[in-house]
Design a binder for this molecule. Sequence first.
Ligand code: CAO
Length: 457
Amino acid sequence: MADTIQALVPDIGGYDNVPVIEILVNVGDTVSLDQGLVTLESDKATMEVPSSAAGVVKAILVKVGDSVSEGSAIAEIELAAGETAAAPAPAAAPAPAASAPAAETGERVEPATGTPAQAAAPQTPHDNAAPSAGAPSTPPVAFDADAVDPSKVPYASPAIRLFARELGVDLSQVKGSERNGRISKQDVQQFVKGILSNAAGSGATAGGVTGGGELNLLPWPKVDFAKFGEIESKPLSRIQKISGANLARNWVMIPHVTQHEDADITELEALRQSLNKEYEKQGVKFTMLAFLIKACANLLRKYPTFNSSLDGENLILKKYVHIGFAADTPNGLVVPVIRDVDKKSVSQIAVEMSELAKKARDGKLGPADMTGGCFSISSLGGIGGTKFTPIVNAPEVAILGVSRSDMKPVWNGKEFVPRLILPLSLSYDHRVIDGAAAARFAADLSKLLGDMRRALV
Ligand code: CAO
């Protein structure tokens, strides 16, 4: 009688309880080695669990909606004559000592998307690692927990990923024709044909790369930190995942420059404190940030390109002034937006800001509270720092970073006098804003904060 084996969930990058979203085979089907049996989908990526042997499906042990982890049994496979089962990829199979750098840490890397560079680079750990006894003959399948933008991970089986990598095709550029946009072998072949037929004279490769047009990044290093000492693994919060992906995209895609400037806020701070005394009974707290928001609104009117967004080859100039402020919450960074700031008084801005900051801390901000911003301010002044380089909050084109104000000796032409100096760091998208314009904006902001009466002019 033929042997029967259980097909198990292999290494899925340390994820647990990942839902089954699709059963790809039926009882009685003949399957080949590495043929997908079921599809799993985490909030990071989609993957198939491959069959660890060729044979006939005798039983399917899961159903759609079940949650599985590494080692969970998926199906029973009656082995084809002469077949032996390949073990599922172990969670941290030690690679040979002679392997590439990652092997020194005993790690394997299997990016979810294969870029041409990854396919060609001889030093990717997978390429160099000789298969160990019992290891599968295909690349280990793992969720790419480090994908920059999780929503962009292409939906394709491990075999198709391998096929695409061999051809140097970036799967994120291939449109899947199968159910739910799944990419088939034919889709990859069609993509390559299309590129080749369009490539005449352009020098393009099968991957659509002409050289220098793409970030040929190494896969993120995967390290078994537990080998070096005690660790604790803590999942990122939803906000961290979303803001992290956005920050990474903005950092990579926007040519940032940061203009640093100081503002003398001695008089403004005195005004703020006297207003706070005056308005104490009404419960209004005039924060420095409220004045900064108001001052920036004034300048966004004066410098319309700072109040714009890039849309392909057009610049969208906004006639409204909505300003977001970065708020640190227990769950991560959020940017609530105050609308029509140019039409509001500083006290209105202060009240609204404190309401939004509370909502942010309580995790109660809705999408309407966080969309439509034209410009952002990130104030770390309450915490410390002398300057920093904030990341532009796309599709906005500029962001103001505010550090801690400090008493400094300032030369007034006759003597040094103590003045309260506020450091400002204006990061901008250099595709839209020239350095001279940024320097003028920052210098004007400094003057305005030095004397808010200028806002009337
Ligand atoms: N210099 C010196 N002190 C400052 C200051 C500055 N630039 N800005 C604020 N402070 C002081 C205030 O005077 C206040 O002290 P008192 O309570 O004695 O008056 C204290 O810091 C708290 O300030 P605040 O109540 O005015 O709050 P805020 O306006 O500074 O900040 C908010 C509000 C929501 C922006 C803040 O809570 C926050 O989340 N900041 C972090 C933003 C962040 O994480 N940015 C980074 C984004 S990128 O990772």
